[in-house]
Design a protein around this ligand. Structure first.
Ligand code: AMO
Length: 423
């Protein structure tokens, strides 16, 4: 007999089915026994009584939670239950028994601390809530790719081991690479620029490593970015693409993940977009009595923007050049760099890039970076490099904000932070 998924039970009322899944609840009333179990599509109550094979009936008393079982039974209408039907068990067998006690309780009833849940992520992934988070994340990934293909962009795969820093700065993990010294990539910045200068419109889902020592609810040491880069484009053009991209992703999740959003108690609203210059933000924060520096937004200022403009992605552009990396194009006393703030948190930075090798050398020097280290990168703009622009959008931050999670670690399967390298 072929396996039936729990989501398809409704079409099988009156029929005998074979189900496979994980036990979440057992109620043993001696003459009648109930087993609730789940597969990837949902959960269902099954019931054993005197019509059940004797060995199976007896086995239920020894069942342990989270064990994997195989059930053969008939689907019966049962209007009083929350499902509207149930499965009358003919036989049940254990495919893989779970030991007891469980190190964590993956049921909805428990409130296990996030650290402990991640210690036992394999079991935490039995929880409906955790499964819903990562099903939503899968749809976010799918939505990003779908949006990009519709834009006519091409997906590329870029290297993670690099010989020199891509962003400047010192927050890089060092690794030994045979007899050489290498680094883990903190961004695919330089590579995506080279690609845009030949293939015009490209995107990638890229893992980045940052050896930042701080431990916060919004930072990870390994995170993933949606990177986009477009030739013959400026900051305005790619901000517009980003706005539509975030809207498309939110809409896709709202339409395709209704059940998971319900499990998580989340109502999604497609955000609007708003453009403000850095100067306008400075004036606004002065009025609001929120402190910020001359060339960067403070956490407080980001939070204030979230309060003032809820349900809005705020693009802060014309950023002071001193607050942006060397590869961002200067523009008067400012730059063509921007950040996007949503719900009080930075989700993206980006901008138009410097594509002129002479200006690029000046910008590197202004950042006290050694030209030798960036030779290949500078040279790549000597033989026909058009103006181009792009951005990087943090996957975990996007997931966290969409689902109202209070810690970014909830939005990554196996977090790498200051204290954690396992599981
Ligand atoms: P930036 O460093 O701002 O820009 O990163 C882009 C976005 O990635 C996410 N992010 C992080 N998420 C969690 N933990 C971290 N430690 C972390 N660092 C970054 C954020 C952030 O907005 N090369 C540029 C992008 C570009 O200009 O194209 C860059 O990496 O959501």
């Amino acid at each position: 007999m072929e396996r039936t998924l729990i989501k398809d039970l409704k079409e099988n009322i009156g029929k005998e089915v074979l189900l496979k899944g994980w036990v979440s609840e057992i109620r043993d009333l001696s003459k009648v026994k109930f087993v609730i179990f789940q597969d990837r599509t949902g959960d269902i109550q099954s019931v054993a009584n005197k019509t059940t094979e004797e060995a199976s009936f007896n086995l239920i008393s020894d069942l342990t939670k989270e064990s994997v079982v195989e059930v053969i039974g008939t689907v019966k209408e049962h209007p009083e239950s929350k499902w509207g039907f149930e499965v009358l068990i003919k036989s049940i067998s254990v495919i893989a028994a779970a030991e007891t006690p469980l190190p964590i309780d993956p049921s909805e009833k428990s409130q296990t601390h996030i650290d402990k849940r991640i210690d036992y992520r394999f079991l935490d992934l039995h929880s409906k809530r955790t499964q819903s988070i990562f099903r939503v994340q899968s749809t976010i990934l799918q939505g990003f790719r779908e949006f990009m293909y519709r834009e006519g962009a091409m997906e590329v795969a870029l290297p993670s081991i690099i010989g020199a820093s891509s962003e400047g700065g010192t927050d890089l993990f060092q690794i030994s690479y045979f007899e050489k010294h290498a680094l883990l990539s903190q961004s695919c910045q330089l590579y995506k620029q080279m690609l845009a200068c030949s293939m015009e419109k490209i995107f990638t889902v890229f893992t980045v490593w940052r050896a930042e020592k701080h431990n916060t609810v919004r930072h990870l040491n390994e995170s993933r970015q949606f990177d986009y880069e477009e030739a013959f484009a400026d900051d305005k053009k790619v901000m517009e693409v980003l706005g539509r991209c975030v809207q498309f992703i939110v809409k896709t999740v709202a339409e395709d993940r209704k059940k998971d959003l319900e499990t998580l108690g989340v109502t999604l609203k497609v955000p609007e977009t708003k453009y403000m210059t850095f100067e306008e933000i400075k004036q606004l924060m002065a009025t609001e009595k929120v402190e910020m520096s001359e060339h960067d937004l403070s956490g407080e200022a980001e939070k204030k923007l979230g309060e003032l403009y809820p349900d809005t992605v705020v693009f802060v552009h014309e950023w002071p050049i001193d607050g942006k990396p060397f590869y961002i194009m200067p523009s008067g006393k400012n730059s063509k760099g921007f950040d996007a703030i949503w719900q009080g948190m930075e989700i993206t930075s980006g901008g138009q890039r410097v594509h002129d090798p002479v200006l690029l050398q000046e910008r590197l020097q202004a950042h006290n970076l050694e030209l030798d280290v960036f030779k290949d990168y500078i040279d790549s703009f000597r033989y026909g490099a058009p103006p181009h622009a792009g951005w990087g959008l943090g996957l975990e931050r996007l997931t966290m904000l969409m689902l109202g999670l209070d810690n970014i670690r909830e939005a990554v399967l196996f977090p790498r932070d200051r204290d954690r390298l396992t599981p």
